[in-house]
Every structure is written in structure tokens, then in C-alpha cells.
Design a protein around this ligand. Structure first.
Ligand code: NAP
Length: 268
């Protein structure tokens, strides 16, 4: 039996176990997906132990995505983003991937939204913001990052300066969103309260809006966007496609995307 899992804190309510186990069942794979919460100061032991025990692969989530990078051979994409969310232990050195990047690009592709040549605004400069900014810029979008803490936005813009990414505070939404084609909410705003990080008056019908928040599925931002006729993409799509890439890297099989999507959405 192959063992996969998710390392983070907290992870008890994660939707990854049902999503991945539905795929194992569909393809008849003898595999399990478990959730693990290691001590933050024993991450190196946790990964070495998992490797020694023959764990095949791990997803990594908050708060370990950045720290985990030091324990693996990062893929070029993971190195560029500066964080990983997937480890393939494989036969040699564990390799770290950032599948949040394809989570973003495939979410737009699934909704027939073209990234290349577009003008995109990413709200948020944490882990999801970094992955989204990289994903969009690397696919040919002109990207602006707006973040509550201005320094984090400008730091991110500096990191991705080769792509011409710009960064500023949330006040910059006023001048950027009206002319944008894409907006990604990569903040946690909308999770705990019925609030949106983007003033509704700035939204317009030519936008495609991806909200990384998936609980609730229908956030205030997506409701506001739908009200003006914009294309809306909920956070479960991003969660689905980051899981699809992880599954395919681990198993070498084509992921049963519809089965994973159904399993995920039935738990939301
Ligand atoms: P993170 O690294 O902790 O970053 C949090 C971000 O949210 C920062 O930019 C922070 O701004 C901003 N923020 C928090 N509270 C805010 C507020 N009240 N007003 C304005 N900005 C605020 O977290 P993360 O890993 O990037 O995750 C961000 C969100 O994306 C979470 O909701 C997470 O669940 C979601 N996510 C979804 C997926 C998916 O597959 N759907 C994948 C990854 C993450 P400051 O820098 O100013 O603190």
C-alpha cells in the first residue's frame, strides 16, 4: 500500500483526503491519504521520518510551505515561487513542487479564460499570492500585486521583477482593477466574515475573478463579481487542480478530474 498525506497545522478539516482517496478508488490504487501535524521545530525529522518509512508523497500547507523548501530538491517553479506544497519522495532525493501554480492556471483554463496577454491583479502577497503572481506572470500576463502590508507587495514585485510585476497597497486596486482582465483574491478575506478585499464598485463585466477562498464557496467577492456579469471561479477549482497535479506527479497516472471534483464539492 502507498501512503500519501498532508502536513500542516491545522489539517483536521482538510478536503484533500476525500479528494485523493476518491481518485485512488476510481483507479483501483492501493493507497491511503492521511493528515499529519508535526511540531513546527521538528520539520526536518518529520520529513526524514516519512521518507524512511516509505511515505510516497506529502502535500504541505500552512504554516510549513516556505520552511519545507529547505528539505527538498525544489522544482524550478517551486524555487521561483519560494514555497512548496507537494513532496515526491521518489527513489532518491525528495523533490518539492508548487502545484498551487497550476491550480491557478488550470482554474482559468477550465473556464476558458486566457491568461497570456491579459492584465491581472493579485490581491494578497502571502503564499497563495506569490504562487498566483508567478503563475500569471509566467503565463504571459502583466501582473500587479495589491496587499494590505505594502512592504510584502513591493518585496514580491522585486522578486518577480524579471516579469515586470508591480506591487503596492490595497489603495492601488482603484487604479488597476477597472482596466484589468483578471483578478485573483489570494487573501483570507471572505473566509471568516462576509467581506470582500475588492470594492464592488471597481468590478466590471469584462473581468474573470478567481477567489482562492473555498469556504465558503460563494464569497462576497464572487457574489459582487457575478452581479456585474463577470466570470467567477471559486476556490474549489484551485484546490482541485493543485491536487490533480500532485496526484499525477505521485502516481504517474492521469487524474480522474471529475471524480476528484465531485468528491471535493460533496464535502464543501
Ligand atoms: P498567508 O500566506 O497567511 O497570506 C495571507 C494574505 O492575506 C496576506 O496577503 C495578508 O495580508 C492577507 N490578509 C489577511 N487578512 C487580511 C485582511 N483583513 N485584509 C486584507 N488582507 C488580509 O496565507 P495564504 O497561504 O497565502 O492563503 C491565503 C488564502 O488563500 C487563504 O484563504 C487560503 O485558504 C487560500 N488558499 C487557497 C488555495 C486553494 O487551493 N484554493 C491554496 C492556497 C491558499 P498581509 O500581508 O498584510 O498580512
Amino acid at each position: 500500500m502507498q501512503v500519501y498525506g498532508l502536513v500542516g497545522s491545522p489539517v483536521e478539516h482538510s478536503l484533500s483526503p476525500p479528494m485523493h482517496e476518491a481518485a485512488y478508488e476510481e483507479l483501483g490504487l492501493d493507497a491511503r491519504y492521511v493528515t499529519l501535524e508535526p511540531d513546527a521545530d521538528r520539520l526536518d525529522e518529520a520529513f526524514a521520518g516519512a521518507d524512511a518509512l516509505g511515505v510516497a508523497g506529502l502535500n504541505v500547507t500552512v504554516p510549513f510551505k516556505q520552511d519545507a523548501l529547505a528539505h527538498v530538491e525544489p522544482s524550478p517553479t517551486a524555487e521561483a515561487v519560494g514555497a512548496i506544497n507537494t513532496i515526491d519522495f521518489g527513489p532518491e532525493t525528495p523533490v518539492g513542487y508548487n502545484t498551487d501554480v497550476s491550480g491557478v492556471t488550470r482554474s482559468f483554463a477550465h473556464h476558458d479564460v486566457t491568461i497570456d496577454g491579459s492584465s491581472a491583479v493579485v490581491v494578497g502577497a502571502g503564499g497563495a499570492g506569490r504562487a498566483a503572481a508567478y503563475a500569471l506572470a509566467d503565463t504571459g500576463a502583466t501582473v500587479h500585486v495589491a496587499n494590505r502590508t505594502v512592504e510584502r507587495a513591493t518585496e514580491l514585485a522585486t522578486t518577480f521583477s524579471e516579469f515586470g510585476v508591480t506591487g503596492a497597497g490595497l489603495g492601488s486596486l482603484e487604479s488597476t482593477v477597472p482596466d484589468a482582465d483578471l483578478v485573483v483574491n489570494a487573501t483570507s478575506v471572505g473566509m471568516e466574515e462576509d467581506a470582500s478585499p475588492v470594492p464592488a464598485a471597481l468590478l466590471h463585466e469584462d473581468l474573470a475573478v478567481l477567489d482562492a477562498v473555498y469556504a465558503p464557496l460563494e464569497t462576497r467577492l464572487l457574489r459582487d463579481a457575478a452581479a456585474v456579469g463577470a466570470t467567477t471561479i471559486d476556490g474549489a477549482w484551485m484546490l482541485l487542480y493543485q491536487g490533480v497535479e500532485a496526484f499525477e506527479r505521485w502516481t504517474g497516472e492521469t487524474a480522474p478530474v471529475d471524480v476528484m471534483n465531485d468528491a471535493l464539492r460533496s464535502h464543501l
